[in-house]
Write a protein that binds this ligand. Structure first.
Ligand code: KET
Length: 466
């Protein structure tokens, strides 16, 4: 009845004209509702005149990316950013790989390239080549068409798409992540609808792997649970299992039907060799079992801001893989529709090269690009290793209390220093050194000039604050 009334009133032609006239008159910001009440139409007006978002609480900065925000605000010329895992040159500058510049030039000069949408699953060549890169060119799973690969928004997007798929189509919710792990892991998995649990990984006393604890916790995990594994260069600890330990982990996981979800954000950064860094993954795939793989090209090709990555799901059969891919498309389409074309084209141009096609001189040139990438990658890994040695030497020279041998033992982009929160904030306050509060430093952010400054800061921090 009320509705009928409202309709009667609003349909009166005289009334509508009057409303329109009022609305159009200069300076008037009110409309009359169908019930005859004034409606404030001032562009920023909320319900009570203030912002409708007035109650939104200020959120904290991200624990890793927020370090860069704080660094950028610091006017000190001595400041050093060792927070985010991003490679810097000896001059402290971000690096665009030569081979990436070459690939970009080739893409730019190719008149047949257009900016059409990619398929939901991304660039087909990129997907094939990415699977080969991580599982190996001779992978049986690939040959048997048991692998489905979709291009995603770098490592994070690949993890998220994989997690969303599992939440919809896997019969277990629990995912076990190492303690500690990359700070974004628990958030990605929780938001996707999985239930996050942890397994022991790191022993602060030995600054090494807590292998016994890891086996015990995985052994206690319910059958079928998902287990997140860092393929290599574990973040933040820089501690990886040996191949022998990987084999024991594999056996235990397969015996309990635990589902491996690999995160590979640093292939090539651990040893400098792409195949060696994929060993852990290849052991799991070789046994014929299923697994998920999230790959990132942010670090190993320096394509951070291009957001290039891939999610692969290794399935039991080709038939299952086809169905899994059809469901991945349903996850992706409403999330971001389809992925961006540029970064994936760069990666495909460089990787194409590793294919064994010997047909043309042109392809010889391409193979040359792949080789060039591996050389540049090795150079980045080597510079990080030399930073480890230099920092260790600088602390030894200062007689800094404590055993710092873990700096040279740990692997990959980071050193998990063992410095506590107070020591870290002292170093930021007094020395303008920026790092995550868990004591992780990005070794790739250091250079010969900044090492003495960092060593002075660590020396002062451990002497002043226990
Ligand atoms: N996994 C791990 C283990 C990881 O360290 C990162 C990034 C990612 C995935 C995601 O990277 P992407 O750029 O989405 O491909 N880690 C560094 C950057 C960050 O925190 O975003 C870091 O730990 O500094």
């Amino acid at each position: 009845m009320g509705n009928e009334n409202a309709r009667d009133q609003s349909s009166s032609p005289g009334r509508r004209l009057a409303t329109l006239a009022r609305h159009l008159s200069v300076g008037d910001t009110s409309l009359i509702s169908s019930r005859g009440e004034a409606i404030n139409t001032a562009p920023t007006a909320g319900f009570h005149g203030g912002s409708v978002f007035a109650n939104v609480a200020q959120a904290p900065e991200d624990p890793i990316l927020g370090v860069t925000v704080a660094y950028n605000k610091d006017p000190s010329p001595m400041k050093v950013n060792l927070g985010v895992g991003a490679y810097r040159t000896e001059e402290g500058k971000p690096l665009v790989l030569n081979v990436v510049k070459k690939a970009e030039k080739m893409l730019l000069n190719n008149p047949s390239r257009v900016k059409e949408y990619l398929p939901i699953t991304g660039l087909a060549d990129f997907n094939k080549l990415s699977a080969k890169l991580i599982f190996g060119a001779d992978s049986r799973a690939i040959q048997e068409n048991r692998v489905t690969t979709v291009q995603c928004l770098s490592g994070t997007g690949s993890l998220r798409v994989g997690a969303e798929f599992l939440a919809r189509h896997y019969n277990k919710r629990a995912i076990f992540i190492p303690q500690p792990t990359w700070g974004n892991h628990p958030k990605v998995f929780t938001l996707a609808g999985l239930s996050v649990k942890t397994y022991r990984y790191y022993d602060p006393k030995t600054r090494g792997l807590n292998f016994q604890g890891l086996l015990e916790d995985l052994n206690m995990a319910p059958s079928g649970a998902i287990v997140l594994l860092h393929a290599c260069a574990h973040n933040p600890t820089g501690v990886d299992p040996t191949l022998d330990q990987w084999e024991q982990i594999r056996r235990l996981m397969r015996s309990k039907s635990l589902l491996p979800f690999f995160d590979s954000a640093y292939q090539g950064f651990a040893s400098g060799n792409l195949d060696a860094d994929a060993q852990s993954v290849r052991m799991f795939v070789a046994d014929g079992g299923e697994c998920l793989m999230a790959q990132s090209y942010a670090k190993n090709m320096g394509l951070y801001g291009e957001r290039v990555g891939a999610l692969s799901i290794v399935c039991e059969s080709a038939d299952v893989a086809v169905k899994v891919e059809s469901q991945l498309k349903l996850v992706i389409r409403p999330m971001y529709s389809n992925p961006p074309i540029h970064g994936a084209s760069i990666v495909a141009t460089i990787l194409k090269d590793s294919s064994v096609d010997k047909a043309y001189v042109f392809l010889c040139f391409l193979r040359e690009m792949y080789r060039e990438w591996t050389i540049e990658l090795k150079a980045m890994a080597n510079r990080i290793i030399s930073m480890r040695q230099q920092l260790f030497n600088a602390l030894s020279a200062r007689g800094t209390p404590g055993d710092w041998s873990h700096i040279i033992k740990q692997i990959g982009m980071f050193t998990f220093t063992g410095l506590n929160k107070e020591q870290v904030s002292f170093m930021t306050r007094e020395y303008h050194i920026y790092m995550t509060s868990d004591g992780r430093i990005s070794m790739a952010g250091l250079n010969t000039k900044t090492i003495p400054h960092l060593a002075d800061a660590i020396h002062a921090a451990v002497n002043r604050i226990k």
